[in-house]
Design a binder for this molecule. Structure first.
Ligand SMILES: [Zn+2]
Length: 238
């Protein structure tokens, strides 16, 4: 494990360098956010957005007794972050000061990354997969990422079901035929095709098998090419 401790002065150059170099993701847990600090970080956030690096930010929810001005300032800052394509989460009582970069570098300590001004702080930079995994398990998950994943999953399931129906029709089988082949009821096949029921992996593999198909795991970035090949050559001939 590689671990280095930084003070306020040494933290910023190193952290900004890490942030600028992030390729896939940046998660920042900072209870507070300030105009001044956000302004300083804006160029980096902008370049991350341009490079489509995912940035998720976690702030402490404002207290219910917060004044009008505080609420107004927070709203503007959140808007600013969103305009930089940042996922903004408000978490009640969150007080950790943590950053996780590319799922490989963990920064943690006492410094509020989105609001620190002139306070003295200590931060540790840890490069260790196990430590990163442990930290990720303990920290809140981004609700916007979660929703996007759920939506992707739902559309994935939908497209699988569409393919299933299309393959059945192509092979000129009725629901009843397919039911017989799979030793299921016709009603169950109908439910499955409508997405009205959960299907075990075994059942799905069996259905695919009867339709002379195979279930494959395809990397996300390869999927469009695979779909195109299937559409251009639906019967698998040639
Ligand atoms: Zn996110």
């Amino acid at each position: 494990m590689e671990m280095t401790t930084y003070n306020t002065k040494t933290f910023w150059p190193s952290f900004e360098l890490d942030m600028s170099a992030a390729k896939t993701s940046v998660a920042i847990y900072s209870p507070f956010v300030s105009v001044r600090r956000l302004e300083r970080l804006t160029p980096i956030l902008r370049s991350l957005a341009e490079r489509q690096t995912l940035v998720c930010v976690f702030l402490q929810s404002l207290q219910s007794r917060s004044g009008k001005e505080v609420i107004e300032e927070r709203r503007n800052l959140v808007e600013k972050l969103r305009s930089l394509k940042v996922h903004v989460n408000s978490i009640p009582r969150m007080h950790e000061k943590v950053a996780i970069l590319d799922d490989t570098i963990l920064w943690e300590g006492s410094l509020n990354i989105l609001s620190q001004n002139d306070s003295s702080e200590r931060m540790r930079r840890i490069v260790d997969l196990e430590e990163v995994i442990k930290a990720k398990q303990e920290m809140v998950v981004c609700s916007i990422c979660r929703k996007l994943i759920d939506r992707r999953l739902a559309s994935n399931v939908e497209s699988l079901l569409r393919q299933l129906v299309a393959m059945r029709r192509k092979t000129k089988l009725t629901q009843r035929d397919l039911a017989q082949l799979c030793e299921l009821s016709q009603a169950r096949i109908s439910q499955i095709e409508r997405g009205a029921t959960n299907v075990t992996l075994e059942t799905y593999c069996n259905l695919a098998e009867q339709l002379t198909c195979r279930l494959l795991l395809v990397p996300t970035n390869t999927a469009p090419f695979v779909v195109r090949v299937i559409e251009e050559n639906p019967s698998g001939e040639g």
